[in-house]
Design a protein around this ligand. Structure first.
Ligand code: HMG
Length: 389
């Protein structure tokens, strides 16, 4: 029995800031952001969206009544949690109208946790093949205005339905993991923005990829030539390019060119969104599958997941014949329709998040076209709304 990703659907904001404009405002050369970092646009997440609403907005459009009846496990992976105790997954299950008899948990390990979710869901479905699991990676990447990490912000959520006989990607049981205590990026409880040793984190990322990928090749007696494409967690798209380049000497010249060409497809959508932490690898997978016409059934795809702190995993999946049916086909058009905000508006929205105080608060949702929105806080409880009701 095959188990894997049956459907993939993405949600982010309807707003973005242009990276060349941001570079100019920060007195940097535009090419530093466009080429050196590899980002063209950055999603600007308004105060009316948080990890919960992004997750619900990502999952709702792809779920049929039949899916909802079959889901008995919901994993929400996030490092942008909205409560120190209650799982974001409980709010998400309620907004999506999932059954009350669903196991709902939130998982955390920086950008890696959605991969833990996918692999746990894979095992769950293997044991319960009639059931489906919903895994959502949802985050808002925040480093702060005028910080070196600023051009690597962004946000969004990737929802994945894991099932038996999946439409998109049948997952193998071949993971190689690496988990060690590394202080490359973290966010103490009293901070709303991440602390990061940027250069160090980028070096650790490469070290982890080298370690798990080469161990994978040894353990599986595999060759880089077996892969149609390699996909990466993309905190900024140049990071994935550097990781890919670090193993290209293992490939023939022809395959090097092919892997680089596939990578351009795999970073196309991430380039327009920025980092979305847990969902980033899976947005890159979706980007590859939506934009690369040269893929075919049975192609072997490699996935490198990395979360600071640090944990890495390399695993693989095989493309299924009808994979296009499980994809968020409208995504490129939705990204193209977003509204461009000025740097001043982006800064205002960045600073307009729900304040971390006990006071009642109201958020202006007039400009937010998404179905699920955060409308404020009352009696120290977050207030969500389904705008379709
Ligand atoms: P920086 O110091 O501003 O940038 O920080 P830089 O001076 O290193 O320049 C960046 C690149 O632009 C360099 O290329 C420059 O040469 C190039 P590289 O040498 O790296 O190949 N450049 C230019 N290129 C073309 N034309 C120009 C030009 N000028 C310069 N005119 C940094 C960059 C990424 C470190 C910073 O933005 C940062 O700290 N970001 C956050 C940390 C991060 O994303 N780390 C990635 C690995 S860790 C990870 O992936 C986990 C994470 O997602 C969190 C989680 O797990 O939850 C972050």
């Amino acid at each position: 029995m095959k188990v894997g990703i049956d459907k993939l659907h993405f949600a982010s904001s309807h707003l973005y800031v242009d990276m060349a404009e941001l570079a100019t405002a920060r007195k940097e050369a535009p090419d530093k952001y466009l080429i050196g970092i590899g980002q063209s646009k950055m999603a600007v997440i308004p105060p009316s969206q948080d990890a919960v609403t992004l997750a619900a907005n990502a999952a709702a459009p792809m779920l049929t009544a039949e899916d909802i009846a079959a889901i008995d496990l919901l994993i929400v992976a996030t490092e942008s949690g909205v409560d120190n105790s209650k799982a974001a997954a409980i709010y998400v299950a309620q907004l999506l109208g999932l059954d009350r008899r669903v196991r709902t948990v939130e998982m955390k390990e920086a950008c890696y946790a959605a991969t833990a979710g996918v692999k746990l869901a894979q095992d769950h479905v293997r044991v319960h093949p009639a059931k489906k699991a919903l895994v959502i990676g949802t985050d808002i990447a925040r480093y702060g205005l005028h910080t070196p990490g600023e051009p690597t912000q962004g946000g969004g959520a990737m929802a994945m339905l894991i099932s038996a006989e999946p439409q998109v990607l049948a997952l193998a049981d071949d993971s190689v993991l690496l988990s060690q205590d590394v202080m490359d990026f973290w966010r103490p409880l009293y901070h709303t923005t991440a602390l990061v040793d940027g250069k160090y984190s980028s070096n650790i990322y490469i070290d982890y990829f080298q370690d798990v990928f080469k161990t994978y090749l040894n353990e599986q007696q595999a060759n880089i030539a077996d892969f149609k494409a390699l996909t990466f967690h993309l905190p900024y798209t140049k990071m994935g390019l550097k990781a890919l380049q670090s193993v290209l000497p293992l490939a023939s010249e022809t395959q090097q060119a092919a892997l680089l060409a596939h990578f351009e497809h795999a970073r196309q959508l991430n380039r327009q969104v920025g980092n979305l932490y847990t969902g980033s690898l899976y947005l890159s997978l979706l980007s590859l599958l939506l934009t690369d016409a040269s893929l075919a059934a049975d192609d072997l795809i490699g996935l490198f997941s990395y979360g600071s702190g640090a944990e890495g995993e390399f695993y693989t999946g095989r493309l299924q014949p009808n994979y296009q049916l499980g994809l968020d086909q409208g995504l490129p058009q939705r990204l193209a329709r977003r509204r461009r905000v000025s740097v001043a508006e982006y800064e205002q929205l960045f600073n307009g998040q729900l304040a971390l105080t006990a006071a009642d608060q109201t958020i202006d949702i007039a400009d937010d076209p998404h179905r699920f929105v955060l409308v404020g806080q009352q009696n120290e409880q977050r207030q969500y709304r389904d705008q379709w009701l």
